[in-house]
Design a binder for this molecule. Structure first.
Ligand code: GTP
Ligand code: MG
Length: 578
């Protein structure tokens, strides 16, 4: 059955972003036709037509968020034992309401993500669900995580091995490198990397669902709060397996109704006062964190990291397999993610280059999964965006350009910081720059291999380098909180490693034309070559020996020239003496 249009997630429903299509079956959810099991389900063609206007343009970040969260609220996560027929699960669940969407996956056990058309269907399922009677007492929290156990054998289960796992890229690095070697250009290699590593539609749905499940907990205290994904999960730069950044949004709660002038009294909630906004955030996160730890099934390894600049609760969400960071009062980060979403959707080369550079950096330990004095993915992404702003003609507009295109509803001032930029992508003109990714990847390394980090800062608001206001080794101005450096954590040693590797990679990529195809495509070349540390070190040796022989040749040439000159002088002198 061809996937109906309404199935596709927001990001993929938009205009096609990549020249290379995902290979058949790869990373796809294991889906079973619901035509038989879902009684009376039409294929929602009406919805497709209604959506055609939205499909024709790229959705705004807010639309993506709203749609993802709305779908997630109609979704349940079912755990089931191996050997159970998936068709029978769907058949059973369809008695509780029309199923809009579903997929099966493996992670910590076997799971089905099932999205109903109506929220009421969840209530219907909850009505029949038991609080498991077991010898071990439990917290009677009625969540949307269920376990289905068959009372009898319910038909043939499908092949176990075909149930996918959405937590991590399915292709090991070595296989990826081999695949990249078969591509015919660096550009194709980069698009291939994106297609292998980007978040699948299923992973996106699971991310929204995890947020929605945490929102259920938080709403016990704050009924109007919303838990939204931000960071790479929604910025278009997310890689399979990346963490899930969650934002506990109290915006709706904070909105005060306009008081009627005719009212004789001013009515105000009595609230607990805290010494600072930060203290309030810490308290809320701490309490919600305790609830998550104590009541939310499947949340483990809870860590309260409340003293960080941005206080957060870290935990592992076992059913979806995501490492989650829950923050609150962090609207600037949400806005940063929206900005990245805009840049990532403007030109297909942006995502491809960011993916390539992030992957390269991770392979060589330039970035890391833990915090420390290294460059973060966020900083690295800013460097790529800055580089693309500096091309001639620019591939990306500056943040100031995006602000100029903003209209009244795009105006955002957060904590006194101007976070205004256009949200409608269709208002932004396409670039006239036609440089290939082959050129851009090489030039990126060339550019940052020779960037004057010692005195210059990077600023995507203006698309210009500035003199550094303070001596941090790497200074990337926070685009919104402009007095801050987003890479203040990076030490000189880590920056030097980045620069040295960038220079080496520039050199390796320049060899592409000489090397590619020489060894029947067996040797890693182009992107593949720079992703393999041992190739870098062997190429580095080759580069060093070539540099050494070039230097020796230059020395010999200059000696020969010197001798010749001297001979000439002598000849001249002797001639003149004659
Ligand atoms: P990965 O998780 O590494 O895939 O990338 P990410 O972009 O999600 O980065 P991370 O999880 O570290 O941070 C999540 C989001 O927080 C980023 O996308 C930014 O919006 C924001 N953020 C991260 N670091 C900084 C920082 O130093 N300053 C500011 N202002 N925002 C940051
Ligand atoms: Mg993240």
């Amino acid at each position: 059955m061809a996937a109906p249009m309404w199935w596709l997630p927001p990001l993929l429903r938009c205009r096609p972003r990549f020249p290379a299509a995902r290979g058949p079956g790869h990373g796809q959810a294991r889906r079973i036709s619901t035509e038989v099991v879902v009684q009376g389900q039409s294929q929602a063609t009406g919805g497709e037509e209604a959506d055609s206007e939205v499909s024709a343009r790229i959705k705004t970040f807010t639309e993506v968020q709203a749609e993802g969260l709305e779908q997630a609220q109609k979704t349940v996560l079912i755990s089931y034992p191996t050997g159970i027929s998936e068709k029978s699960i769907l058949q059973y669940l369809s008695h509780h309401g029309r199923i809009n969407n579903y997929f099966f996956y493996k992670g910590h056990g076997h799971h089905a993500m099932v999205e109903f058309s109506e929220k009421e269907s969840i209530g219907s399922l909850q009505d029949v669900a038991q609080i498991a009677g077991s010898s071990v007492p439990g917290i009677p929290f009625k969540s949307r995580l269920f376990t289905l156990t068959p009372r009898q054998s319910l038909g043939q289960a499908l092949d176990e091995t075909s149930v996918p796992n959405y937590q991590h890229p399915t292709i090991p690095m070595e296989d990826l490198v081999q695949k990249l070697c078969c591509a015919d250009s660096i550009s194709s290699q980069l698009y291939c990397l994106v297609n292998e590593y980007q978040l699948t539609e299923e992973s996106m749905k699971l991310r929204f669902l995890a947020c929605s499940l945490i929102q259920d907990i938080a709403r016990a205290y704050f009924p109007e709060c919303v838990v939204k994904p931000f960071g790479s999960s929604v910025s278009t730069f997310g890689k399979l397996g990346c963490d899930l950044d969650m934002f506990l949004d109290f915006d709706e709660i904070g909105k005060s109704p306009t008081p009627k002038k005719t009212d004789p009294f001013h009515v105000e909630y009595q609230i607990k006062r805290m010494p600072s906004e930060r203290a309030a955030t810490q308290k809320i996160l701490s309490v919600i964190g305790d609830c998550i730890a104590n009541f939310s099934p499947g949340c483990t390894h809870i860590q309260k990291i409340l003293d960080a600049r941005c206080p957060l609760m870290r935990f592992f969400h076992q059913p979806t397999g995501f490492q989650c960071d829950l923050t609150a009062n962090n609207r600037v980060a949400l806005r940063s993610s929206e900005l990245l979403y805009i840049y990532g959707n403007l030109d297909s080369r942006v995502r491809a280059l960011v993916f390539g550079i992030r992957c390269w950096a991770r392979t060589h330990g330039i970035t890391s999964g833990t915090s420390g004095p290294w460059i973060t993915n966020f900083s690295l992404t800013m460097m790529v965006l800055f580089f693309l702003q500096k091309r001639k003609p620019p591939i990306l507009p500056t943040l100031a350009d995006l602000k100029n295109l903003a209209d009244a509803e795009d105006k955002h001032v957060i904590g006194g910081h101007d976070c205004t930029f256009v949200s409608n992508l269709n208002k932004i003109n396409q670039t006239e720059n036609t440089e290939t990714l082959d050129v851009l990847l090489n030039e990126f390394f060339e550019y940052f291999g020779n960037f004057d980090f010692s005195s210059k800062s990077i600023n995507i608001r203006e698309g210009k380098e500035h003199n550094k206001p303070e001596p941090s080794p790497l200074y990337i101005q926070n685009p919104f909180e402009q007095a801050l450096n987003i890479s203040a954590n990076v030490n000189q040693n880590q920056l030097d490693r980045f620069v040295v590797l960038a220079r080496e990679c520039a050199w390796i990529l320049q060899q592409v034309n000489q090397d590619h195809g020489q060894e029947g495509g067996k040797q890693p070349w182009g992107l593949a070559a720079i992703l393999v540390p041992r190739v870098i070190s062997s190429k580095k040796k080759k580069a060093k020996s070539m540099l050494a022989s070039a230097r020796l040749k230059a020395l010999l040439d200059s000696l020969r020239a010197d001798i010749a000159n001297k001979k000439g002088e002598r000849a001249f002198s002797s001639w003149s003496l004659k």
